[in-house]
Write a new protein. Structure first.
Length: 531
């Protein structure tokens, strides 16, 4: 009886204690704010960090100065239970501050940060599959509140689950005069002559955080582009020295690293920043790797010189190489070369502008998306019509987004971790051997297709159904026949009746072949049709 009473009292005090603690959901943000000294330059003269511990887990995020004498540390817990922390600083008022909080289960829509899984693929921290379907919104964070709201409303209805966006505005006439003139910059000052590159402007980053969190609410990953070459010598943000760049990286990581939807893109068109060599980029990658406690995804977007994506600090390939998605077979080759996920982050844009990179038809951009995914890779959309989606956001006016949405449904209904099939001889097939096959004919216009599957994973007598997919008109039509396979030779199985599948003789057609005696596969496409 006495032991029971002791246990009851202990449980009571634990309940009171845990209820009194601050609670933070798993993969959400715990934020510690301390009042400190404003004298001197807190961005340079103040060291501030903390150690967070839970069991044998330990993280050491850096803090940052947020203006008005306030110093903050943000932390993203990855396990439930009590976390304890202790601050470290060279300033007495910030040093040796301890406390704790209680991590509760993750909220329903929060699956944690994305990382690479099984070499070529992505998944959330809770192992939920993640397939990137990106779009490009370089400058939307620097637009008016009305334009931002319009952009978010558009994204809510769009198929995109990743956004590429600049962390620092590019120099443009619209930002130095007129209604879009910028008055708040990443550094204290308003123009090149008075920018103080030793002092960040917290107001700028506070607004950028709101934009990142607004995308987070829509379950959109943010591929945050840290450097870019678009100043033309006017502001100097692309000409900073290594010390300033290092300080900038550490400040951005301290502010944004605890957000679960962050990816790091070291630069857009990195080789156009002429004074930086590949050795410089190696250094900046290593800075990000060292100071990011959560090891968010890291890559870099190329221009005329492709960075070596095989280096260990690069998690995935972020490629600008238009020809790679104009023909079949390149994405599987890139997978074999880099042994990492391949993201075609710039494949030209659907548009009608004078620049040749913004003149694709909707058909062509949709075709390039299909070519990427049929090769086991991923792609990012862009639109350069009159309203300039890729720069300003707003509304989508192109014909490709709804077709990309159709593709996304097909991809997400397929088996996890599909791969290019028989890739040394077949150029246009992806799937899972013995279970699922997707053939895309692209711009070819065949009137029939002789039923034939690569031999791996097959046995005589296996049965399959076939569906015709019109990728432009977004229709899926079942073929009224069951195909039973038999071995033809060492490389292929065919239908035992040597059947051929009739096709309409027009471009952008695909064939989906699904094994019938796998219940989860046979029923999956039925649910897809109802959407």
């Amino acid at each position: 009886m006495k032991r029971y009473t002791v246990l009851l009292v202990a449980a009571f005090f634990f309940s009171v204690f845990s209820n009194a603690q601050e609670k933070v959901a798993k993969w959400d943000v715990f934020e510690l704010t301390l009042k400190g000294n404003e004298q001197g330059n807190p961005f340079i003269n103040t060291a501030f960090s903390a150690v967070f511990r839970h069991g044998n887990k330990e993280f050491q995020p850096e803090g940052f100065y947020d203006g008005n004498g306030l110093y903050k540390i943000r932390f993203m817990p990855n396990e439930e239970g009590e976390w304890k922390y202790l601050t470290k600083s060279n300033k007495a008022e910030l040093n040796n501050k301890s406390g704790s909080f209680y991590c509760t289960p993750a909220e329903r829509e929060n699956h944690g940060p994305v990382s690479v899984q099984n070499k070529y693929y992505f998944a959330f921290a809770d192992s939920t599959n993640y397939i990137p379907f990106g779009t490009t919104l370089y400058e939307w964070a620097f637009q008016s509140a009305e334009k931002k709201a319009q952009t978010l409303a558009t994204l809510q209805q769009a198929p995109f689950n990743k956004v590429r966006m600049l962390a620092v505005p590019p120099y443009h006439k619209r930002y130095v005069e007129g209604p879009g003139k910028l008055t708040v910059f990443p550094f204290v000052g308003t123009e090149k002559e008075n920018f103080d590159f030793s002092r960040f402007n917290p107001l700028f980053f506070q607004q950028l955080e709101k934009d990142v969190l607004a995308l987070q609410k829509l379950n959109i990953e943010v591929d945050l582009i840290l450097f870019r070459p678009y100043d033309g010598g006017k502001w100097g943000f692309d000409q900073m020295d290594r010390e300033t760049n290092d300080r900038f990286l550490r400040y951005v990581i301290a502010r944004f690293g605890a957000y679960h939807n962050i990816w790091w893109s070291l630069s857009n068109e990195n080789s156009f920043i002429k004074h930086l060599t590949d050795e410089d980029w190696d250094h900046y990658f290593q800075v990000v790797q060292q100071y990011d406690p959560y090891q968010h995804l890291r890559s870099i977007h190329n221009a005329d010189r492709i960075y070596d994506y095989k280096k260990p600090w690069v998690t995935h390939v972020s490629l600008q190489y238009y020809n790679a998605v104009r023909v079949f077979g390149v994405s599987p080759l890139l997978r074999d070369i880099y042994q990492k996920p391949i993201v075609h982050d710039e494949i030209n844009y659907e548009g009608n502008i004078e620049k040749r990179w913004g003149q694709l038809t909707g058909e062509e951009l949709t075709y390039r998306f299909w070519t990427a995914y049929i090769g086991g890779a991923y792609a990012t959309h862009g639109e350069a019509l009159e309203e300039g989606w890729i720069s300003l956001g707003g509304k989508l006016n192109g014909t490709s987004p709804q077709r990309i949405s159709f593709l996304r449904k097909i991809v997400e209904s397929a088996p996890k971790d599909w791969l290019p099939l028989d890739q040394y001889y077949l150029l246009n097939a992806v799937g899972k051997y013995g279970a699922y096959y997707l053939y895309y004919f692209g711009k070819e216009t065949p009137s029939e297709w002789a039923f034939s599957l690569p031999d791996e994973g097959l046995k005589d007598g296996m049965k399959f159904k076939v569906e015709l997919i019109d990728t432009w008109n977004m229709t899926i039509k079942p073929v009224d026949k069951v195909y039973e396979v038999q071995k033809l030779n060492n490389y292929a199985f065919i239908d035992k009746q040597k059947s051929k599948v009739k096709l309409p003789g027009k471009p952008y057609m695909a064939i989906r072949i699904t094994r019938l005696d796998i219940p989860t596969m046979a029923s999956r496409t039925e649910g897809e049709k109802k959407n």
